[in-house]
Write a protein that binds this ligand. Structure first.
Ligand SMILES: N[C@@H](CCC(=O)N[C@@H](CS)C(=O)NCC(=O)O)C(=O)O
Length: 218
C-alpha cells in the first residue's frame, strides 16, 4: 500500500453544512476514522473561497474528502466511493428497485432541494432569504412526503438505513433552521426522529463537531 493510500482520510467540513453532515454520517456508519479540517463558510468572508481550499475543490463548497491518494468533492460521489470501498454496512440496497428508490430520494434532496437554498443562493436573496428557503424546502417536502408513502418502512426505503436517510436528516435540520412548519410532513418527521436515535447520526450531528461554536454545543 502506498503512503497516500495508507494515510487517514481528511474531511473538509463545516459543522452546519448539510452536505458535510451526509458524509460524516457515512464515515460514522462505516466506522472509518478520519481527521477533520473545519472550513468556516462565514468567517473571513468564507474560507471556502481561499486559494488553498479552491485547489482542493474548485467549486468552493464543502465537503471535500482526501482519501486513498485522491481528493473528492460532491457528497454523493464521496458516499458512493465509501460504499464501494467499505461495503459494510451497505447504504444501497441489493434489490435494484429499492436501490433506484434510494437514489431517487437522495437526488430529490441533493439536486432538487438543497442547491436552491444553499448559502450562495441565499446571499443573492437579501431580505427574501427566509421566505425563499421556506418555499424551496416546502415544495420539495410536499413531494417527498408523497414519495415516502410508497417507499418507507422504518426509514426512507424499507427498514434499512440507506443513502436516502443520509440526505434526509440534514435536510430536515435545514428546514428547522429556516422555521419550516413540519406539521404537514408526518412521515418525514417520523423517519427523521428514528434516524436521530442512531449513534452515527448523533456523533456526526452539527452540535457535536470540533468547529461547533460553544453556544450551539449540546
Ligand atoms: N452538490 C454538492 C453541494 C455542496 C454544497 O452546496 N455545499 C455547501 C454547504 S452544504 C457550501 O459549501 N456552500 C458554500 C457557499 O455557498 O458559498 C454536494 O453534495 O457536496
Amino acid at each position: 500500500m502506498s503512503a497516500a493510500a495508507a494515510a487517514k482520510p481528511i474531511l473538509y467540513s463545516y459543522f452546519r453544512s448539510s452536505c458535510s453532515w451526509r458524509v460524516r454520517i457515512a464515515l460514522a456508519l462505516k466506522g472509518i476514522s478520519y481527521d477533520l479540517v473545519p472550513v468556516n463558510l462565514i468567517k473571513d468572508g468564507g474560507q471556502q473561497f481561499s486559494a488553498e481550499f479552491k485547489a482542493l475543490n474548485p467549486m468552493q463548497q464543502v465537503p471535500a474528502l482526501k482519501i486513498d491518494g485522491i481528493t473528492l468533492s460532491q457528497s454523493l460521489a464521496i458516499i458512493n466511493y465509501l460504499e464501494e470501498t467499505h461495503p459494510n454496512p451497505r447504504l444501497l440496497p441489493q434489490d435494484p428497485k429499492k436501490r433506484a428508490q434510494v437514489r431517487m430520494i437522495a437526488d430529490h434532496i441533493a439536486s432538487g432541494i438543497q442547491p436552491l437554498q444553499n448559502l450562495s443562493v441565499l446571499k443573492q436573496m437579501g431580505e427574501k432569504k427566509m421566505e425563499w428557503a421556506q418555499n424551496c424546502i416546502t415544495s420539495g417536502f410536499q413531494a417527498l412526503e408523497q414519495i415516502l408513502q410508497h417507499t418507507a418502512g422504518r426509514y426512507c426505503v424499507g427498514d434499512e438505513v440507506s443513502m436516502a436517510d443520509l440526505c434526509l436528516v440534514p435536510q430536515v435540520a435545514n428546514a428547522e433552521r429556516f422555521k419550516v412548519d413540519m406539521g404537514p410532513y408526518p412521515t418525514i418527521t417520523r423517519i427523521n426522529k428514528a434516524l436521530l436515535e442512531l449513534e452515527a447520526f448523533k456523533i456526526s450531528h452539527p452540535s457535536r463537531q470540533p468547529d461547533t461554536p460553544a453556544e450551539l454545543r449540546v
